[in-house]
Design a protein. Structure first.
Length: 255
């Protein structure tokens, strides 16, 4: 019995020591990247002898935390604006920035929602019917890229003033998604990749890409580190790109 307990103790100590010596990579990333990055990170951990820790939130929230001194190794934003904001403050290593993916903006509704007739119906009439008499969830356009893209698209369509009173703002795009999934709002303006991972919602409308700024995900090193640099290279590798595509993101020269 003593021998078994001793072996167990030795194994426990070895695992604790390994965990302490294993390099940690702390990644601050936009909330819309949660599922895909957890998979990409898991794949990378299999051969990196490191531990990847993610902090997901709205890009603006994370950027402000980094500027205040949060010990992130990488920052992955849902737009270029917050990356550029940090670059101006020398809070990220600007020459390391790489574009890793793109996305599409959609209007999502509960899977049980009966969509208004669309065949032969003008675009604006369809959208008015889709959004009428109900609350619309979207991320806060003041600080979250998804919200800003959503407002740009509705302004381009001439619908923002008409619909702004119906908006319910969340601190990130996943909160907006969850409201639609639970049926707390009639619809939500989110990313196509969000709908891919939530079986309780469906796409009701895909916004024209010309109606808003391009949806890009730039990644930047916040501080130098061998393992963090390796993970950055992995993010743009063919295996990682396959995962991004599987989760509904776009990858390519135009992203």
């Amino acid at each position: 019995m003593f021998r078994i307990s001793l072996l167990a103790l030795i194994g426990l100590l070895a695992s604790v020591l390994a965990a302490k010596t294993e390099p940690r990579i702390l990644v601050f990333a936009a909330a819309s990247l949660k599922n895909v990055l957890e998979k990409v990170g898991e794949d990378f951990e299999h051969h990196c002898d490191c531990n990847i820790v993610f902090s997901f939130a709205g890009s603006g929230t994370l950027a402000r935390q980094i500027n205040a001194g949060a010990p992130a190794d990488l920052f992955i934003s849902a737009d270029k604006k917050w990356t550029q904001w940090l670059q101006k403050r020398n809070a990220v290593l600007g020459d390391t920035t790489r574009l890793i993916a793109g996305n599409r903006l959609v209007a999502a509704v509960s899977i049980n929602t009966i969509l208004p007739l669309r065949k032969g119906v003008p675009q604006l009439e369809y959208l008015s019917n889709l959004f009428e008499n109900g609350r619309i969830a979207m991320a806060d356009p003041q600080s979250v890229p998804a919200g800003r893209y959503g407002r740009q698209a509705l302004e381009e369509l001439g619908l923002w003033q008409q619909l702004s009173a119906q908006m319910v703002y969340g601190e990130n795009v996943r909160i907006s998604l969850s409201l639609a999934a639970r049926g707390d709002v009639k619809s939500a303006i989110v990313y196509f990749s969000d709908v891919k991972i939530e079986p309780r919602v469906k796409v009701a409308y895909i916004f024209d890409e010309e109606s808003h700024d391009k949806i890009h995900y730039p990644a930047s090193l916040v501080r130098t580190g061998i393992k963090a640099s390796e993970f950055m290279r992995h993010l743009v590798s063919p295996p990682a790109k396959k995962v991004f595509k599987r989760f509904g993101f776009t990858v390519g020269a135009d992203d």
